[in-house]
Structures are given as structure tokens and as C-alpha cells.
Write a protein that binds this ligand. Structure first.
Ligand code: ASP
Ligand code: CP
Length: 319
């Protein structure tokens, strides 16, 4: 495995291997000494052209727990604001000897450009590119589902037969795309529920079932319901009449939350718009996995950094 650009590139065996290594990394996190020497002398650069709380800090923690050197580079406050291109930025980082670049960018495909360009000889990890993909988010979501379902007996398992419903702004969501591909590879069945205006063109060819009624989806009793953030920053038109109307029709409000199966996991990648796509009661309930998802993100990011930088996975199983 050279780069992690898309969950589409992961076969079942590789995906399960990443989840299993993340289990080992989670075991490290509960030890008194949380550091492993594995990536000593490796340099990881966090290259963030878009804002982030969870992904940037958890990659930082992951790299540090593996003893790598970590440099945080954000477009704000860098020479990008003086007009420096991605190419010149990448070549500058290459000159500093980066072994891995974790990139978040508003342009879909930017991590692939970096990986294919030859500007930098480093492992490229996609930390979210435009509306395209967010592979480590999907991996941490799959990890969270598997762990809630199987606890300490999770290792080696896929998600065969698990029903996951993803609700909301699918059109702009890289989280939804990465989850659809990965959950499908792992054997889960995925239902997307959204207003027609927030479904992407071509969605009928995705390996999913489509629904347009959240009440039906709630009553169907999924194993997990994943509420997506309304991505206001990517909306340049009106996709629904008003926030109130959206939350009435598409929000996991208290009433719908009460009707969910008592063991349905309530997921959200964060950041949440409380009161819009999810109520505080649902988000803060025992069924919510929101903070588990964040904690599991560190283990997943340790796993992918370890697998990419230590050469522990066969070349070519993921691109
Ligand atoms: N944080 C996730 C992302 O960057 C989800 C979101 O922002 O809605 O894609
Ligand atoms: N879920 C997620 O990617 O969060 P951030 O945007 O805060 O990194």
C-alpha cells in the first residue's frame, strides 16, 4: 500500500487488516505508556487547505504516538495565501524530507494529483478532498460499528448483513461517498435517505438503496443511522426551503430518536449542527457513537500511518 486516496481502492482483505491493526493501536491507547517507537525518524506533514478539528488533531496524535516527527501546515498563515501553488508547496515539503503527507483540500482529486505528480516522493493520505472522499473517516466509522457490535471479538470480522442508513446532504458529503464504498466492500447494506435535491447525479448506480422518507427509514430499524452535516459552505443555491423545514423532514429529532430501535447506533462524523440534522438528545444519548468515532479516529490513523510508512502491507493491495 503506497497511498490512501479512496476507500474504492481497498479490497475486503486490506480493509479488515486496517481495522485489525487499529484494534492493536487502540490497545496501545489504554496503556500507561502510549507511545510506540515504530515510526521514529519518519516525518509526517499535515497539509490542511480546509478547516478541521478532528482529522488534523487525530492525525497529529497518531503520528506522535508512533514517534514520527509531525509538522502542521495550514494554508492560512502559509505562503499559499501569497499565491504559492500546490506544486511549489509540495516540492518545498519534499525538500524537507516528508515521508507522508496528510492532505485536506477543497478541490476533489487534489490528493490524487499529488500522488501521481512526481512532485513529492511520499505516501499521500487523503484527509478529505472537496465532495469526493474522506477515507479515514469511513474506516473509523466501520471500526466503530464493528466494535459496538462485536466488542473484543471484532478482529477479523467484516460487516456482513449490517444495515446502515445514511441521512442528509449526500450531494456534498465526502463522508457519504467513502462510507458507501467501504461499507459495501465489507458486506453491509446501505440505504441513503435525503431530499432529491441533495442526492448526487448518478446515485442510482451506487450500491445502495434509496429512500425519501426518514420516518420509514427510522421504523425500518437499521443497525446504525448516520446523520450528515448540512454543508452550508458548499451550497451555492437553495436546496431546501428553510432550516426549520429541513429539520422537520430530515432531522433526527427527539420524536424520531425515541422511535429508533433501542440499540441502533446514532452516528455523526462531526462537526454537528445541533437542532438541524440531529437533536441534542440524540447526539448526547447512550446510543450516540459521536465521541467514540473521534477516539477511534486516532487508532485508525495510527493504523494507516503504520501500514503505509512501515511497508507492512503488500505493495499494490491499495493504491
Ligand atoms: N468533517 C467531515 C468532513 O470534513 C464532515 C463534515 O464536515 O461535515 O468531511
Ligand atoms: N469528521 C471530520 O472530518 O471532522 P473535522 O472536519 O473536524 O476534521
Amino acid at each position: 500500500m503506497r497511498h490512501l486516496l479512496s476507500t474504492r481502492d481497498l479490497d475486503r482483505e486490506t480493509a479488515i487488516e486496517i481495522l485489525d491493526v487499529a484494534e492493536d493501536m487502540a490497545d496501545v491507547a489504554i496503556r500507561e505508556v502510549k507511545k510506540l517507537p515504530t515510526l521514529r525518524n519518519k516525518t509526517v506533514i499535515n497539509l490542511f487547505f480546509e478547516d478541521s478539528t478532528r482529522t488534523r488533531t487525530s492525525f497529529e496524535l497518531a503520528a506522535k504516538r508512533l514517534s514520527a516527527d509531525l509538522i502542521n501546515f495550514s494554508a492560512k498563515g502559509s505562503s499559499v495565501s501569497k499565491g504559492e501553488s500546490l506544486k511549489d508547496t509540495a516540492q518545498t515539503l519534499a525538500a524537507m524530507g516528508a515521508d507522508a503527507v496528510v492532505i485536506r483540500h477543497s478541490a476533489s482529486g487534489a490528493p490524487r494529483v499529488l500522488a501521481d505528480s512526481g512532485w513529492i516522493d511520499a505516501a499521500i493520505l487523503n484527509a478529505g478532498d472537496g465532495t469526493h472522499e474522506h477515507p479515514t473517516q469511513a474506516l473509523l466509522d466501520a471500526f466503530t460499528i464493528r466494535k459496538r457490535l462485536h466488542g473484543s471479538a471484532s478482529r477479523g470480522r467484516d460487516l456482513d448483513g449490517v444495515a446502515v442508513t445514511i441521512v442528509g446532504d449526500i450531494l456534498h458529503s465526502r463522508v457519504a461517498r467513502s462510507n458507501v464504498w467501504l461499507l459495501n466492500t465489507l458486506g453491509a447494506s446501505v440505504r441513503l435517505v435525503a431530499p432529491a435535491t441533495l442526492l448526487p447525479p448518478g446515485v442510482e448506480h451506487w450500491p445502495v438503496e434509496l429512500g425519501f422518507d426518514l420516518d420509514d427509514a427510522v421504523d425500518a430499524g437499521p443497525d446504525a443511522i448516520m446523520m450528515l452535516r448540512i454543508q452550508a459552505e458548499r451550497m451555492h443555491a437553495a436546496y431546501f426551503p428553510s432550516a426549520g423545514e429541513y429539520s422537520r423532514q430530515w432531522g433526527l429529532d427527539d420524536e424520531r430518536f425515541n422511535r429508533l430501535r433501542a440499540d441502533t447506533m446514532v452516528m455523526h462524523p462531526g462537526p454537528m449542527n445541533r437542532g438541524l440534522e440531529i437533536s441534542s438528545r440524540a447526539a448526547d444519548s447512550g446510543q450516540s457513537t459521536v465521541l467514540e468515532q473521534v477516539a477511534n479516529g486516532v487508532s485508525i490513523r495510527m493504523a494507516v500511518l503504520y501500514l503505509l510508512l512501515s511497508g507492512a502491507v503488500e505493495q499494490g493491495r491499495a493504491s
